[in-house]
Design a protein around this ligand. Structure first.
Ligand code: NAD
Length: 498
């Protein structure tokens, strides 16, 4: 008998009633470890009603009181970090250390969101006219929802829910149906931290559940992270239905390596392409060495590093990375590798058919490396989302800048150089949302914002940082005058601002 997962609604675990289920695997062994109920439209509507009722009181709490719940939650996560990481790793397959990083990068945003009393402060123009003050205030939207991907099962939901809850909204999370358990546990911890029942709800499901959230007028904002076609669909549908939308999609992050870069340092970061089995939106998937000598030296170093990486069970602390999320993902990435071979890229390391002793049915792929990839071919143009690093050689700096800027994705990009002038020019001109200088994964810290450009991001505001509070609130502007009649005498004239 496999375990049956639940929803978390109104502060309680609730069993699914649709009779429809998705499989949750243990990717390290290949076994099905649970089945997750997929919600119907009617079920989602019940969850929305519950969240709407709970929000009325929560939205009235003052921001300091809401922040105290978030701060208590941070203590509880620290207390339970080991077990949360084990739960996450067992469904996702990432190494335990990586799972802790996933949770940690999420709680950093909860820490940021605990600054809500400051972040929700409005603006005031005292004396905008005679005896007139104009001030604005940020008010919660009501019920808001997050739809999140499988690859960061704790971090991304926490990125969405932290600012949304701190701003006084109730939140409905539709996590990935591949690895929902860590979020169900996080919802319990929020309750223990003092969050009123019904303010945070987790509903599992697929397109049916997502569409129910998108079509319901009571849901005022949608935050999504996922693949580009889904991000675009959700952003367009949500905005057409009058909702705030903040939707982020796929990526193809380039790393430009200039001839003056420290190549040993660059080779050391090859793990950012293969780590977490390449299932990171900020993974480096394209390396762009400038000049033949840089390309030859880098290809040799990458090939050597790829051979040394250890792939293993997510609980194997000596492994560099673990399995992919499903056997379908292994098949999809293997097909992309074959297309690369057919399109005449040079395969320097082939991870297909990788077997981990004792876990022969696990969803593993070894590190794969292609050199001399032409920018016209499939594995350059499309997101592969697996442990596949490709080298596209550039003749000069302008070509390297152009490759990064003209790619349809614009999530992250890095440059490795010792020359400040080149780095500065690159940062100013590259057409990408997040840029690293001698840093392989330029994920901004919580109080800056995170967001890709082009086909990596839809909607006008980023996530994290002050943008997240703008996204989950609406601004009300008050023009006020207090003509008491005691100081001025009563006036019946329409006031003019002078
Ligand atoms: P996905 O697009 O398959 O799923 C994302 C979410 O959308 C899930 O909750 C899923 O249930 C839901 N969904 C799937 N199909 C849907 C449909 N037809 N209609 C409505 N909802 C649907 O993505 P994934 O495989 O879970 O995650 C990997 C993708 O996410 C990659 O493309 C990766 O680059 C991207 N990602 C981007 C970022 C970023 O910040 N830009 C971060 C992490 C992951």
């Amino acid at each position: 008998m496999v375990r049956e997962s639940t929803y978390f609604v109104g502060g309680k675990h609730v069993a699914g009633t649709s009779g429809q289920f998705g499989d949750v695997f243990d990717p390290s062994t290949g076994a099905v470890q649970a089945r997750v109920p997929l919600a119907t439209t009617e079920k989602v509507q019940v969850v929305i009603a519950n969240a709407e009722e709970a929000q009325l009181a929560w939205g009235e709490w003052n921001p300091q009181r809401r922040a105290r719940v978030l701060l208590k939650f941070l203590e509880l996560v620290a207390r339970d970090m080991d077990s949360l990481a084990r739960t996450l790793a067992s469904e996702h397959g990432k190494a335990i250390a990586d799972a802790k990083g996933d949770i940690q990068r999420g709680v950093e945003v909860i820490g940021f969101a605990a600054g809500a009393p400051h972040l929700l402060k409005g603006e005031c123009s005292s004396g905008a006219g005679t005896g007139i003050d104009v001030y604005s205030m940020r008010q919660p939207l009501g019920v808001v929802a997050g739809i999140t991907p499988f690859n960061f099962p704790a971090m991304i939901p926490l990125w969405k829910m932290g600012p949304a809850l701190a701003a006084g909204n109730s939140f409905i999370l539709k996590p990935s149906e591949r690895d929902p358990s860590v979020l169900l546990r996080i919802a319990e911890l929020f309750l223990e931290a003092g969050l009123p029942a019904g303010v945070l709800n987790v509903v599992n499901g697929d397109k049916v559940a997502v569409d129910a959230l998108l079509m319901d007028d009571r849901v005022k904002a949608i935050g999504l992270i996922g693949s580009t076609p889904i991000a675009q669909y959700i952003c367009e549908t949500a905005t057409a239905n009058g909702k705030h939308a903040q939707c982020f999609g796929g990526s193809k992050n380039h790393m430009v390596v200039m001839p003056d870069a420290d190549l040993d340092q660059v080779a050391g970061v090859v793990g950012t392409g293969h780590g977490s089995a390449g299932e990171r939106c900020m993974a480096i998937s394209v390396s762009v060495p400038v000049g033949k000598d840089t390309g030859d030296a880098l290809a040799a170093k990458f090939a050597e590093r790829a051979k040394s990486l250890k792939i293993g069970h997510s609980h194997d602390e000596t492994a560099d990375y673990g399995p992919l999320i499903t056997m379908d993902a292994v098949g999809r990435v293997s097909d992309a590798i074959q297309i690369g071979v057919d399109e005449r890229a040079e395969l320097l390391a082939d991870g297909r058919g990788h077997v981990v002793d004792g876990y022969e049915n696990g969803f593993y792929l070894g590190p794969t490396l292609f050199d001399h990839v032409a920018p016209e071919i499939h594995i350059y143009k499309e997101e592969v989302f697996g442990p596949v690093l490709i080298i596209v050689r550039a003749d000069n700096y302008e070509d390297a800048l152009r490759f990064s800027s003209e790619h349809m994705y614009g999530n992250g990009v890095s440059i490795f150089t010792r020359d400040g002038d080149t780095a500065r020019d690159f940062c100013a001109r590259v057409n990408t949302g997040m840029v690293g200088v001698n840093v392989p994964i330029p994920v901004p810290i919580a109080h800056h914002t995170f967001g890709g450009w082009k086909k990596s991001g839809f909607g006008d505001l980023n996530q994290l940082g002050p943008d997240s509070f703008r996204s989950y609130t609406k601004t009300k502007t008050v023009t006020s005058r207090w003509p008491s009649g005691i100081r001025e005498g009563a006036s019946f004239v329409t006031p003019a601002m002078h």
